[in-house]
Design a protein around this ligand. Sequence first.
Ligand code: GDG
Length: 498
Amino acid sequence: MKAKRLTVVSNRLAIVVDKGGEGQWQVRPGSGGLVTALGPVLRDRGGQWIGWLGSNLREMLDQDTLNGLLEQGSRETGYSLKPVELSQEEIQKYYFGFSNEILWPLFHDLPSRCNFDPSYWRVYDQVNAKFAEVVAANTSEEEDYAWIHDYQLILVADHLKKMGVERRTGFFLHIPFPPLDGFIRLPWRFQILRALLQYDLVGFQTVRDRRNFMDCVRTLIPESRFVGHGHVLRCLTPERDILIGTFPISIDFKQFAEFASTKEVQDEAWIIHANLPDRQLILGVDRLDYTKGIPLRLQAFANALERYPDLRRKTSLIQVVVPSREEVPEYEALKSEIERLVGEINGRFTEVGWTPIHYIYRSLNRIELMAYYRTCEIALITPLKDGMNLVAKEFCACSIENNGVLILSDFAGAAAQLHHGALMVNPFDIEGMADVIHRACTMTVAERQRRMEKLRRSIQRYDIFRWVNAFLQAAVNQDLEEFPQAELFVPKPTPTEI
Ligand code: GDG
């Protein structure tokens, strides 16, 4: 049976509700990889998005105002928004606790950063049950396909089953899946693994992640086996059979390439260029996170300036750090470390008319971000581990003159697709990264173009729509195009979940 509506379920809704400059409540589109990726996919298709609004708004807003803002958000995004309400304790233990102090570091191979507090598990379980209730109330077995996203919501399908609710469900993990010796440290390893096996389809970013998952299933559930080949395999367990696949996420290449050539972006790019003339610009753009490898990257840049004096006065690094999880002490410590390093390196190398590192600690608007992608000749993307890394793909899409150089970590999911055209680095190797920075700065135009053409072709071919279609084909044997346009499908009224 064909699904008529796509329901996306993620920790955060696709909008941000906050107070604007004049103290008025406002709705803004959310930022981050998932919204960028799925917004275009749901728009005008009667799709819906279920998620948490990001803060405890019920304490600050009355019901009518909130409903009005959600309606406005739905009109602006082009799809229906269904909020899940969380209490302060739930936010602390499910989101900051289990998700970000346990699963995030463990899945990024940093178990020493985990805080295995048992109370986190109970609240994580309870919040996942809450999400399952909202899914159950707003979907039907015949009409919907519920596509659940990421590590915060691993238990949703399990809870739907426990509630006796039959739904077609798929799960996509945006972050890496860890190797067996990391995963088995998790005190709730059996529960997490068995819960993943309750989905009909589980998708991973790369073959590496799927292989790690298969190793864990084979070891912890020895009666299971895998059959098939290609990007989707069948996992047979004593309880049920499910599909597991690899679906590397991508971007709306065309939209990025077109937007990069608009006058607004060109004007902004010109301003950046005019203020930083006669030098090559290297760009780093990351959320504030210890997985992104920012301190080692700064050290590598300093090492390059030290060992290759020809780079001085001719090269600057623009490092954009987007505030994230600032309430967590570890993130605050990381911010201080980055700021200390920037100060130290600039203090050491700055000369009249040249500052080695331009550090920006805020979220850029879209025009500014595109302008930096266009102006900077080199992107330096060096996560210690990353599910994919969309910034790498966006930079290439915006390099419309084919003159950008991508320096990419071996441990970004994007490496599997982009290693042919990028300069690959080990993000733990400071001198190795410094050598590659020098190589990028001195690369001939012909080599830059040859590499960038290859990168752009690959991203254009496998864009966000290919990603969605590949997942939906595996899930319900259906393309995005086969989900009816909004006017053809009028969803049944459902209770408001607030
Ligand atoms: C997770 C996984 C995976 C960045 N700075 C600004 C800004 N951005 C946008 C970028 C990009 C997104 O945020 C960041 O995406 P990433 O993929 O790099 O990283 P995560 O947020 O950690 O995402 C990751 C991803 O999910 C998707 O599956 O690739 O591995 O960790 O789209 O453009 N946007 C704006 N201003 C900024 O300053 N507006």
